[in-house]
Design a protein around this ligand. Structure first.
Ligand SMILES: Cc1cc2nc3c(=O)[nH]c(=O)nc-3n(C[C@H](O)[C@H](O)[C@H](O)COP(=O)(O)OP(=O)(O)OC[C@H]3O[C@@H](n4cnc5c(N)ncnc54)[C@H](O)[C@@H]3O)c2cc1C
Length: 297
């Protein structure tokens, strides 16, 4: 059995909830146009003096100052790091997050604001924020760059993959294996890092090893007239992706909404059955080998 060796995080300062780092906001930009019903932000923080070094695929925690209704400190919320280890400016002193403003209806049907996401989305340059981490090892890149990377994301789930792509093509310059990104949003307006507000990922479309596939659930329908999701786009690419998986030299990553994992597995199960294989057995091996990497929330 061939195990995947991941890039190992360097020893770094890790900030605990009891001793968070006070970071300054450098920039807060909306990634969705104002006419979009979703407000998703790209926020850059200054980490100077923190001693933090992070890797693509890790997360940071943010704690809103103050206490909850029980008098306890507000809960820390995790956010995937959206920039490469060197940060957007390449100077290794910043980190970027991609945060969606969460709104929900309470038990009385009254519209409420998600505490942390609204706090972060409303931050202004030079505001101070308490940060914990870096944390998380599930979504690290493989050390061997001939490993094929298959990435599936919905919404802000794109954050770690933006970091991967920035690191691979801007810092390393290339990747030996195939890099395949399947990304879903409701409409093109919400297709973050690939829309008119910010097209960071689009600038890598010409890279030889990179292909990106979008699925816009409100703009396209399946043959049966249903909404078109990431898993439907994955299904269209059966020949290439199933070959890669059967060959066994890959890392599969899923990030974003929980439903994406089951949607992708339905497709893989279908492909396996056609070949007389058992997806659950295959997946168990892939999990053990470190090839199946999931971070859904
Ligand atoms: C590993 C990881 C990575 C993540 N990465 C990202 C990322 O990159 N970007 C991103 O935007 N998010 C990310 N998240 C999600 C993020 O951590 C938060 O969960 C999200 O921002 C909502 O937090 P909040 O404090 O704004 O909302 P909260 O105030 O905690 O509310 C969250 C939800 O709880 C429910 N709720 C809370 N109070 C009530 C109530 N009184 N009545 C009914 N329902 C209620 C609602 O459904 C609401 O939507 C990640 C999560 C994890 C675990």
């Amino acid at each position: 059995m061939k195990l995947i060796t991941k890039v190992i995080p360097e020893p770094t300062e890790v900030y605990k909830p009891s001793n968070p780092f006070k970071a300054k906001v450098i920039e807060n930009k909306r990634l969705t146009p104002v006419e979009s019903e979703e407000d998703i932000r790209h926020i850059v923080f200054d980490l100077s003096g923190s001693g933090i070094s992070y890797l693509e695929g890790q997360s940071l925690g943010i704690q809103v100052p103050g206490v909850d209704e029980h008098g306890k400190k507000n809960r820390i919320r995790l956010y995937s790091i959206a920039s490469s280890r060197k940060g957007d400016d390449g100077l290794s002193s910043t980190v970027s997050l991609c945060v969606k403003r969460v709104m929900y209806k309470d038990d009385q049907g009254v519209l409420q604001k998600g505490l942390t996401s609204n706090y972060v989305c409303d931050l202004m340059p030079s505001d101070a924020v308490y940060i914990t981490g870096p944390a998380g090892r599930k979504l690290l890149l493989p050390a061997d760059n001939s490993v094929h990377l298959i990435m599936l994301a919905v919404g802000t789930g794109i954050a770690p993959f933006r970091a991967f792509i920035q690191h691979i093509y801007r810092e390393k310059g290339s990747w030996g294996g195939k890099v395949r990104l399947f990304f879903g949003a409701k409409t093109g307006l919400e297709s973050i890092y690939m829309n008119q507000e910010n097209n960071d990922i689009g600038q890598y479309y010409t890279q030889e090893t990179f292909l990106a596939f979008q699925a816009l659930s409100r703009e396209e329908k399946t043959k049966d007239g249903n909404k078109f999701y990431v898993q439907n786009r994955l299904e269209e690419n059966e020949k290439e992706i199933w070959e890669i998986i059967k060959e066994g030299h890959f890392c599969f990553y899923i990030c974003g909404l929980k439903g994406l994992e089951s949607g992708a597995e339905e497709v893989l199960d279908k492909w396996a059955k056609k070949d007389g294989l058992n997806w659950n057995t295959m997946k168990a091996e892939f999990v053990e080998q470190g090839r199946w990497n999931i971070e859904v929330y």
